[in-house]
Design a protein around this ligand. Structure first.
Ligand SMILES: NC(=O)c1ccc[n+]([C@@H]2O[C@H](COP(=O)([O-])OP(=O)(O)OC[C@H]3O[C@@H](n4cnc5c(N)ncnc54)[C@H](O)[C@@H]3O)[C@@H](O)[C@H]2O)c1
Ligand SMILES: [Zn+2]
Ligand SMILES: [Zn+2]
Length: 342
């Protein structure tokens, strides 16, 4: 069957791989219908993703159909449409034993550390499937991106009376905005790209945005928007170590700062005036939990999350390699590109 492999940075290749065998115990054979492309795929393509190894079949945001299941599988059956939780955890490390499957000590994310879903059919552990009778394959492929923002906001624990500042309005920041809004907290979004802030105001219906210019005016604007309190929860989704260090200055006293963006660089910030005096919590957010997938499917089914603004670009499987370089350019307005396999 056909598959697409990232042979090395900037070099995709159409390959033929052997047909997936019959599903064993605990497994399901799947037909891949839609593959969402995200920043992780783009960084892998550009050779900037530290966890990515080559050659690799990418694809971790998947909308799939179950074709067959192993004898002992009862949660899903042939014909079910599912979203895939792509974090393949070991099940027995210290994290897994406590239910923190999102940060398994030997986690293998599909399409990043092991081959993913950019192919026609694949076998996965059935426990990684989250079914829906209502969502389209495209919506199911979007669930994973939303799960990253869902988990990040959960880590910040916002209350309805509080203010949440999301820094960085790329796809990960946008997914955090959905859940900040749903928490009932007043949501404010900061980015240095005005086009992305316009998208937030017009498509995500969040009116309060701040253009980050690095000149101190952004802090003044935040003071105004929060009546002097600053943000109880700051979610940094930039991946910029400068932004991440500076983000402490936007936190209210007793605030929580969540790093969902990832940097390989060191982060520095003043201890006494910022972290200590305000008694801040700094929390990382990695991947997402199984319950996040179930919750998001319910939210989309009930219309509480509108997926329409999200999917901006499409390509058929055979057009993907030619289309991909344009998806690395934010100027094209790409939020989420979807590859149609069948
Ligand atoms: N926690 C996880 O499990 C997880 C999963 C997937 C991706 N990520 C990470 O999330 C981050 C964001 O991903 P994305 O796809 O949305 O990236 P992106 O590059 O599309 O978006 C980042 C946004 O941040 C803005 N930005 C950059 N520096 C800024 C600054 N100093 N001030 C204000 N805004 C600034 C950019 O203009 C851009 O709009 C990346 O670091 C990615 O690796 C984390
Ligand atoms: Zn992704
Ligand atoms: Zn584990």
């Amino acid at each position: 069957m056909k598959a697409i492999q990232l042979e090395q940075p900037k070099h995709f290749r159409r390959i033929e791989i052997t047909e997936a065998p019959r599903p064993g115990p605990g497994e399901a054979l799947l037909r891949v219908h839609r593959i969402g492309i995200c920043g992780t795929d783009i960084s892998g393509y550009l050779g900037k993703m530290p966890f990515f190894s080559y050659p690799r079949i990418p694809g971790h945001e998947l909308g799939v159909e179950v074709l067959a299941v192993g004898a002992d599988v009862t949660d899903v059956r042939a014909g079910d449409r599912c979203s895939v939780e792509p974090y393949i955890n070991c099940g027995h490390c210290y994290s897994c034993r406590r239910g923190y499957t999102n940060c398994c000590e030997t986690n293998q994310t599909l399409g990043v550390m092991c081959d993913g879903g950019m192919c026609e059919r694949m076998i996965l552990p059935a426990r990684k499937l989250h079914r829906s009778e209502k969502l389209s394959f495209e919506q199911l492929a979007l669930v994973e991106t939303l799960a990253i923002g869902c988990h990040a906001v959960n880590r910040g624990e916002p209350k309805p009376t509080e203010h949440v500042l999301v820094i960085g309005a790329g796809p990960i920041g946008l997914s955090a905005i959905e859940f900040a809004r749903l928490s009932g907290a007043k949501t404010i979004v900061m980015d240095m790209n005005e086009q992305r802030l316009a998208f937030v105001r017009e498509k995500m219906r969040v009116p309060d945005t701040i253009l980050a210019r690095g000149d101190g005016k952004d802090l003044n604007q935040l003071v105004e928007l929060t009546s002097g309190r600053l943000a109880d929860v700051v979610v940094d989704a930039t991946g910029s170590n400068r932004s991440m260090g500076n983000a402490l200055s936007y936190c209210a006293f007793k605030g929580r700062l969540v790093y969902v963006g990832i940097t390989q660089s060191e982060i520095s910030f003043p201890h006494a005036p910022a972290l200590h005096r305000r008694e801040l919590d700094i929390r990382a957010s990695r991947n997402a939990l199984p319950d996040d997938f179930a919750r998001i499917i319910g939210l989309i089914e009930r219309g509480e999350i509108d997926t329409k603004p999200w999917i901006t670009h499409h390509a058929a499987f055979d057009e993907m390699i030619d289309a991909f370089p344009s998806w690395t350019q934010p100027e094209t307005g790409v939020i989420k590109a979807m590859v149609e396999v069948s």
